[in-house]
Design a protein around this ligand. Structure first.
Ligand code: TXA
Ligand code: MG
Length: 329
């Protein structure tokens, strides 16, 4: 494994490596992806192996521009095209009817394919250099925290990845919103980096899949996912005063106000470590720091992590979804 700076020469090298069937971790605006040529079943199989990911889990295919969408999917309606033109590049993955050329291994045999046009310029440059659509799940072992920095990928995947292109920390920090656009009304399968409000602004009301549904079509819907090894206990917003942590515990709070509330309740001293996702209370900042904080706390040797929910609006919805999936049920 080698970590590359995103120089022009290295971007070309990363693109060539992908075209030859190697695995290249690429930075995106959401999280780092573990990329492989989407048309090369051997390379895609190595992605599953590297992640120890169950193969029923379909991958997202990344494209550098709207033109390349046609190689992997059909655009079913003018409304879907409007969404692509209005919200791409960006943290939105669209489930579309797939083209024959996309291997079943990528889509788990589904008649649809997940397509995403990332906003990160480095990601797009690497994919363009490869000249191919790139299948890329988040570059973490299955079920574990997603990587938002190159060193997270290096630590978690080691020699199972050939190259890592270091694009610095991911600015959004939670995975893309996954929207099923194969039928109307569109349905959010996974809340993520693009707020539902911003989709609805363009195409009207969408449905949000209920996570209590029995047969998940999207593993992002599995109740336990994105989890640290340290047990994480999730409390309602403002509800941490009721927690009685035992052992050496850490607390992950939303903002300064939440810390002040915990102090006022006389419970701040229960924790060996107190962390704020966003000192000034911004949901965007909270999303951006979520996985990095969880990675660090998970390395800190704590007996437990306590956290509280964020407001259920904008990116708060995606952060709450990840905290819920990381938590003990
Ligand atoms: O932000 C992201 O989306 C990152 C970066 C690397 O782009 N990628 C990512 O990929 O999170 P992954 O594989 O960890 O999550 C893909 C999600 C899964 O929940 C998967 O089940 C769902 O998309 N998905 C993929 N293809 C699908 C399909 N045809 N139908 C329904 N869900 C699908
Ligand atoms: Mg993932």
């Amino acid at each position: 494994m080698e970590i590359l700076s995103p120089s022009e020469a290295n971007i070309r090298r990363a693109g060539e490596a992908l075209a030859r069937g190697l695995l290249v971790a690429i930075p995106t605006e959401t999280v780092y992806g573990l990329g492989a040529n989407a048309f090369d079943t051997r390379a895609v199989a190595r992605v599953f192996e590297a992640k120890a990911r169950p193969s029923f889990d379909p991958l997202i295919v990344h494209v550098p521009d709207l033109e390349m969408v046609d190689r992997v999917a059909y655009i079913p309606s003018a409304k879907v095209r409007a969404l692509m033109e209005g919200r791409w590049p960006g943290p939105l993955t669209l489930i579309l009817p797939k083209r024959e050329a996309v291997p079943d291994l990528v889509t788990s045999g589904l008649p649809s394919v997940a397509v995403r046009l990332p906003a990160n310029e480095i990601a797009r440059a690497v994919i363009r250099a490869a000249g191919l659509p790139i299948a890329a799940p988040s570059a973490n072992p299955f079920g574990y925290l997603s990587p938002t920095r190159a060193d997270h990928v290096a630590r978690m995947l080691g020699e199972r990845v050939d190259l890592i292109v270091d694009g610095g920390p991911c600015p959004i920090g939670v995975e893309s919103t996954v929207l099923d656009a194969t039928s109307e009304p569109f349905t959010v399968l996974r809340p993520g980096g693009m707020p539902v409000e911003s989709i609805e602004e363009l195409v009207g009301p969408v449905e949000i899949l209920d996570r209590s549904v029995a047969t998940p079509t999207s593993p992002g819907q599995l109740p336990s996912h994105y989890a640290p090894r340290t047990p994480l206990y999730l409390f309602p917003r403002g509800g941490l005063a009721a927690a009685r942590p035992r052992g050496r515990a850490a607390v992950l709070l939303f903002d300064q106000a939440a810390l002040a509330a915990l102090e006022a309740a006389g419970r701040a001293g229960d924790y060996a470590e107190r962390r704020l996702l966003a000192p000034d209370g911004g949901l965007i900042e909270a999303a951006a720091s979520l996985f990095a904080e969880l990675h660090e706390l998970d390395q800190g040797g704590f007996d437990a992590i306590y956290a509280e929910r964020l407001p259920e609006t904008g990116l708060g919805r995606a952060v709450n979804d990840r905290l819920y999936k990381a938590s003990e049920k």
